[in-house]
Design a protein around this ligand. Sequence first.
Ligand code: ATP
Ligand code: MG
Length: 554
Amino acid sequence: MSEEKSLNFLEEIIEKDLENNTHNGRVLTRFPPEPNGYLHIGHAKSICLNFGLAKKYNGKCNLRFDDTNPTTEETEYVESIKADIQWLGFQWDEELYTSDYFDQLYAYAVKLIEKGLAYVDDSTAEEIAAQKGTPTSPGVTNSFRERSMQENLDLFSQMKNGDFPDGAKVLRAKIDMKHVNMLMRDPVIYRIKHAHHHRAGDKWCIYPMYDFAHGQSDSIEQITHSICTLEFVPHRELYDWFIEKLEIFPSHQYEFARGNVNYTVTSKRRLLQLVKENFVESWDDPRMPTISGFRRRGFTPESIRVFWDKVGIAKRDNVIDFSLLEFCVREDLNKIALRRMAVLDPIKVIITNYEEGKTEFLPAENNPEDEHAGHRDIPFGRELWIERDDFMTSPPPKYFRLGPGLKVRLKHAYIIECTDYKTDENGQVTEVHCIYFPESKSGEDKSGIKVKGTMHWLSSAHAQSAEVRLYDRLFNVENPASEEGDFKDFISEDSLKIISTAYIEPALKEAAMQDRFQFIRLGYFCLDKNSKSDHLIFNRTVGLKDSWAKEMKK
Ligand code: ATP
Ligand code: MG
């Protein structure tokens, strides 16, 4: 973070707290995912914020799994969440689980009952909802609210012991059924759920509700700044009420705007549907907005951190352009990616005046942006591959690529001129004939020939075949979740294009998983995790230019 950058509102709060020595100079934040899915790009914002603030103010950040809902949570998700946070470049201080506080939370509930501030209610969920009233009309109380403390203690203990079936009873806080804040109208704090928990096993058949677990967990850990997204603003009053009545460490909740990105969905529930219903291959499908999807697609952790830093922290919800994310990864990859050549849709070029059987090795820099990146030697010969797109039989004026009579430079090699071409019975070009100018070699060009276009190419005798996967936006509308009907109806047909005809230069045979490449004129690429040495698969991370900007101007 640069010095001149003004502080965001959370930094201002923390700096004031530090000035006033509010928590003895301590800053302790936490990132509290529910392990019910893989983390997405929105979570990355919260991670960058919570871990970033701790780092900036010499504090600490806990990773706390908010695992109070036994039916949706799995250990697989816990592991993926940990891997994703570390990949993003952050390390938690302590790894904690709300489920480890179940005994403590139970004791807190008992304390509320003893203070006359909680009661067991036998009403059904529908009755409770009906009695709650509406934002404009007050709720009503029921007779269960008048139960004695002892009766409540006994019933709550029986609930815990498994004496009742799911839904038979709940424990509610006794606050105010006429409160203007609906969440304060005697919220349910414990429910019966006979379900196996991914960590607690079968020890419990009652589970605390989010509102009764979150603030108290913050308090148990002595979190100084509990940062969450704006939808929790109305919950803050309840958060404070529990802390006050239980007389426990006063953690405070602060809310910031959720980070949303267009042309995708950031909700684990929806992402789970995409996976379960096979709209995508897996949670880490490179089209998914999950952190693992971006990783597999070739995004760098740096690019995601810079993205959220550019977006900043606000108190109003906003939707960020996917293009900004692509801009950030392009900027990063431009600095680090090794330049290579690949031809996705090849046609053969024959250099008729080049000696048959001869191979020259021409030096090519690995990355002009990085003087330490060195160079490799690429083979050149009589037969080459070029991109089908780069040849036209009747080119229009100002066409700077190849066509009959036209000259172009082959990158790192020679200038060539097209003299002839062959077609098959369908008129499809099968072979392009060219001559080369021996004097025009890159780096030592004495030919005096001027050309406007430079093209990528491969020596066909040395090229390796590979599979290349091109990705585009997963959805064809900006905000699929807000469209009428099922968000899955808006999945784009063009989100994945598999190209099995590609050729790559020999140096790419040695590609490793962590390597980043720029295929000249085609974009940035990385190996896919399913790539094998005898079947290389490259994912396109992003094109070289923002093709969507052009689309929108059309
Ligand atoms: P989802 O609806 O995708 O399940 P969630 O908020 O229920 O999201 P949690 O696992 O509870 O997911 O989230 C962990 C933390 O990440 C919470 O503090 C939450 O506020 C934050 N978070 C979730 N989504 C976003 C987002 N889009 N932008 C910023 N923070 C987010
Ligand atoms: Mg949640």
